[in-house]
Design a protein around this ligand. Structure first.
Ligand code: AP5
Length: 218
């Protein structure tokens, strides 16, 4: 059996973590775990956890650590994670990073590499205000990654929508929360020798290429 491979994608809101995590997971045969997507799935299914998460997400605040860690623990316990995962949006606090280390010890491994997708704030606001989502999880951008027909998903023809937390004032608060609560993880992974900075302002394919290189060299 192959050694499980766990990759942590770091970066501010709108850096392209979701876009790239899907591509890496597909290329490497791993599962893509996005805590943001898991919370939105709970919200869609009207669970208690979904309602709780929404009260934080709508304000651009982080969902409390204990709730988030438990949800990730349950996800990692599923059989499709045996080969590893691309983690997108987790960990986001030092407490989550410590818990991840404990959770991965059950697989007999640690995080293999933690690429940081670096993008300046003005580009983040532009990316999130032009982001169009499909209910199936595909992500488009009005200018940089447009669907063939405006507001229509290329694959299933459904109508695209904008996320509630992509309003400019909420985006600005999410970036502040990232700087205060998540940016300390850059130092955490740097000290462990796992951090690789990737220029996230390049074209989507180019970022994927650089991420794949970072994973292969890890
Ligand atoms: P989450 O869903 O994780 O949001 P986020 O981290 O803020 O990241 P985004 O999804 O907004 O951006 P992204 O980096 O994935 O960029 P994308 O690829 O879409 O979290 C939402 C909320 O859930 C949080 O605020 C919090 O409340 C809660 N939450 C989640 N995880 C949590 C945790 N661990 N702890 C506590 N709370 C948690 O790209 C953005 C746009 O840019 C797209 O339109 C895309 O097409 C475009 N684009 C991407 N790459 C490029 C490129 N290279 N060039 C041009 N355009 C590009």
């Amino acid at each position: 059996m192959k050694t499980p491979l766990f990759i942590v994608l770091l970066g501010p809101p709108g850096a392209g973590k979701g876009t790239q995590a899907k591509r890496l997971a597909q290329a490497l045969g791993l599962v893509h775990i996005s805590t943001g997507d898991l919370f939105r799935e709970h919200l869609k299914n009207e669970t208690v956890l979904g309602q709780l998460a929404q009260s934080f997400m709508s304000k651009g605040e982080l969902v409390p650590d204990d709730v988030t860690i438990k949800m990730v623990e349950e996800r990692l316990a599923q059989p499709d994670c045996e080969q590893g995962a691309v983690l997108d949006g987790f960990p986001r606090t030092p407490a989550q990073a410590e818990s991840l280390q404990d959770l991965l010890s059950q697989f007999g491994v640690g995080v293999k590499v933690a690429p940081l997708i670096a993008v300046p704030d003005d580009v983040l606001v532009e990316r999130l205000s032009g982001r169009w989502m499909s209910t199936s999880g595909r992500v488009y951008h009005a200018l940089y990654n447009p669907p063939a027909v405006k507001w229509i998903d290329d694959v299933d023809g459904s109508e695209l929508y904008q996320r509630d937390d992509d309003k400019p004032e909420t985006v600005r608060h999410r970036i502040e929360v990232y700087r205060e609560q998540t940016a300390p993880l850059i130092d955490y992974f740097l000290k462990k020798g796992l951090l690789v900075e990737i220029d996230g302002t390049q074209a989507i394919d180019c970022v994927t290429e650089n991420l794949m290189k970072a994973v292969k060299e890890a």
